[in-house]
Design a protein around this ligand. Structure first.
Ligand SMILES: *[C@@H]1O[C@H](CO)[C@@H](O)[C@H](O)[C@H]1NC(C)=O
Ligand SMILES: *[C@@H]1O[C@H](CO)[C@@H](O)[C@H](O)[C@H]1NC(C)=O
Ligand SMILES: *[C@@H]1O[C@H](CO)[C@@H](O)[C@H](O)[C@H]1NC(C)=O
Ligand SMILES: *[C@@H]1O[C@H](CO)[C@@H](O)[C@H](O)[C@H]1NC(C)=O
Ligand SMILES: *[C@@H]1O[C@H](CO)[C@@H](O)[C@H](O)[C@H]1NC(C)=O
Ligand SMILES: *[C@@H]1O[C@H](CO)[C@@H](O)[C@H](O)[C@H]1NC(C)=O
Ligand SMILES: *[C@@H]1O[C@H](CO)[C@@H](O)[C@H](O)[C@H]1NC(C)=O
Length: 251
């Protein structure tokens, strides 16, 4: 009881900046999918009270507290209805959004003293193939040479190209230089963040062909026209000769 009284006094009369205490342990990394739930575990015993703050680098905010005999309380609107206790003063924050990314700190007051535990909470969206943008510029239609870039928005995202025949292209980090692409050549760009992975593929030849086939279509039509004209003329010649011969036999 005496100890509890002491810490209550500390909280009431000490300015916030003087409450910085030694860490309870090293910072814990927590990676969560957007919409998910972060469990921030406090590994201390004989806890009297815990107050929680969050900092996004520019702005620090006390947002929840757990006092003796009460349940976990959100004291900031942004977290109302989204925090609850997970046993022993540990905190569950639910429905995380990308804006919840930040450093969360538990200020733990126990019978043995005060310490603070930090959590590096990173919130990532779950990647899908629609999040991957593939852009290309054809540098030569005949050889089917092109430069391709792959782009994905979002932090801590790794990109990698893979292919049915790697070695047929020079691979930059995101830029791919494709040359002499063949019909069965397919490139895939895989994007990966700590919570998800997605991929999108490109068949260079199909894109080179699109324009090639347009050209071919015109050429083919010209050939068709010449061929039909030729057949028509030949046919007429044969028919005319036949008529002449018939005429000669009759006359
Ligand atoms: C937490 O993440 C940081 C930065 O990504 C890394 O340097 C550190 O080793 C990680 N800590 C643990 C315990 O994994
Ligand atoms: C909790 O702390 C104890 C020692 O204080 C340590 O042995 C144990 O591994 C910790 N547990 C977790 C989950 O960090
Ligand atoms: C931190 O949060 C404040 C208030 O919510 C916001 O105005 C500011 O832009 C945020 N800063 C960063 C770096 O996210
Ligand atoms: C709370 O702590 C006690 C011992 O300190 C332990 O037996 C119990 O499993 C813990 N509960 C949770 C939910 O971590
Ligand atoms: C989760 O948060 C979003 C906004 O960030 C809100 O639109 C949605 O209703 C919330 N869902 C639940 C189940 O609270
Ligand atoms: C394609 O060309 C445009 C204009 O020259 C350039 O802005 C773009 O970055 C290029 N894209 C690729 C994939 O090389
Ligand atoms: C296509 O790329 C290859 C390899 O870089 C190069 O040798 C060839 O000349 C290129 N073709 C054209 C038409 O630019």
């Amino acid at each position: 009881m005496e100890v509890y009284f002491y810490w209550t006094l500390m909280l009431l009369y000490l300015p916030k900046t003087m409450l910085y205490a030694q860490p309870c342990g090293p910072t814990i990394n927590v990676s969560i999918t957007e919409g998910g739930e972060a469990s921030l575990h406090v590994n201390e015993t004989d806890i009297i009270k815990v107050s929680w703050d969050v900092s996004n680098g520019t702005y620090e905010n006390f947002f929840a507290k757990k006092q003796p005999g009460t349940s976990m309380n959100a004291i900031v609107d942004k977290y109302r209805g989204r925090v609850r206790e997970n046993g022993n003063s540990s905190l569950l924050v639910s429905n995380l959004s990308l804006q919840d990314w930040g450093t969360y700190t538990a200020h733990v007051f126990s019978n043995t003293g005060v310490c603070q535990q930090s959590y590096d909470v990173r919130v990532y969206r779950s990647l899908s193939d629609e999040n991957i943008e593939i852009e290309y510029n054809i540098t030569s239609r005949e050889s089917c040479n092109m430069t391709v870039t792959c782009r994905v928005e979002g932090p801590d995202t790794k990109l990698a190209w893979s292919s049915t025949a790697i070695g047929r292209a020079g691979v930059g980090e995101q830029v791919l230089y494709v040359y002499n692409a063949e019909p069965d050549l397919i490139y895939s760009c895989t994007a990966e963040n700590p919570v998800s992975r997605a991929a999108r593929s490109l068949t260079p030849w199909a894109h080179c062909l699109q324009d090639k086939s347009e050209k071919n279509y015109i050429v083919q039509n010209i050939i068709r026209f010449i061929l039909s004209a030729f057949i028509l003329i030949c046919g007429s010649c044969v028919f005319a000769r036949h008529l002449k011969r018939e005429g000669a036999r009759n006359g």
